[in-house]
Design a protein around this ligand. Structure first.
Ligand code: ADP
Ligand code: ADP
Ligand code: ZN
Length: 228
């Protein structure tokens, strides 16, 4: 390697893809394997809604409709979380950025701390599969582990593989009507980010129609190359 090249201090990944592509599922796996921190703006927003904060109150109805929450709110929530110590070793952005305004804000936030986006990985899937993935999705209430009625069931029925919990929940916005709106928002506002990151020469595509384990292997190979 060229001795003058400065290595970035951390690996920072963006996971791009429509609702149900597998961003959350894969982010959890990468978090464990590479000691990175998963930052899901969907999770942060749902926590704000549950806590009844000002941002949460503003976001609630928008999320229920399947529209995108305003850039200002999302960027403020993300900036806050990103400044926590546990993010310094590298982050997996899951569901952020979702607009070119957010992508620009992220570039700025990264450069403030001398970091960059190492790779933006597009999980490539077709819309028809999304409806099926989202309508069968549920998570463990205790630890957040994700499951699916057909594609990922717990080894022992009704018991979380990860923590042994037995209480599971489904998201209010995982219904057919809202999903259609979320897919529309994806194509209108988020899909252009594929070209944004291609221009920055950090875009990688992964066939996310493959089974979960195969997608995981492809992603790990990308991260390993980035770390090398
Ligand atoms: P996202 O975070 O992109 O919205 P999730 O990771 O929550 O998507 O995945 C949506 C649903 O599809 C979950 O129930 C998950 O278990 C399931 N799933 C994820 N990846 C795959 C895959 N490659 N094949 C089949 N089902 C998958
Ligand atoms: P999924 O991956 O299944 O689309 P998320 O949990 O990422 O679900 O997002 C759920 C909802 O939260 C979105 O439909 C949107 O209303 C809101 N949201 C999450 N992240 C963002 C973001 N970066 N910008 C705007 N809205 C967001
Ligand atoms: Zn659990």
């Amino acid at each position: 390697m060229d001795g003058t090249q400065i290595k970035p201090t951390a690996v920072n990944l963006v996971l791009l893809g429509p609702p149900g592509a597998g961003k959350g599922t894969q982010a959890r796996k990468l978090e464990e394997a590479f000691d990175l921190k998963q930052l899901s703006t969907g999770d942060l927003l749902r926590a704000a809604v549950a806590a009844g904060t000002e941002a949460g109150l503003a976001a609630k109805a928008v999320m229920e409709r399947g529209d995108l929450v305003s850039d200002d709110i999302v960027i403020a929530i993300l900036r806050d979380r990103l400044s926590d110590d546990d993010c310094a070793g590298g982050v997996i952005f899951d569901g952020f950025p979702r607009t070119t305004v957010q992508a620009g804000a992220l570039d700025e936030l990264m450069s403030e701390t001398g970091q960059t986006i190492t790779a933006a990985i597009s999980l490539e899937v077709d819309d028809a599969a999304m409806i099926e993935r989202i309508s069968g999705r549920y998570t463990c209430s205790a630890c957040g582990e994700g499951y699916h009625d057909s594609f990922k069931t717990p080894a022992k029925e009704g018991v979380c593989d990860n923590c042994g919990g037995s209480d599971f929940k489904r998201r209010a916005d995982d219904n057919a009507e809202t999903v259609a709106q979320r897919l529309k928002a994806y194509h209108a506002d988020t899909a252009p980010l594929i070209a944004y990151y291609a221009d920055q020469q950090v875009l990688q595509g992964v066939d996310a129609m493959q089974p979960i384990d195969a997608v995981e292997n492809d992603l790990k190979a990308i991260v390993q190359t980035a770390l090398a």
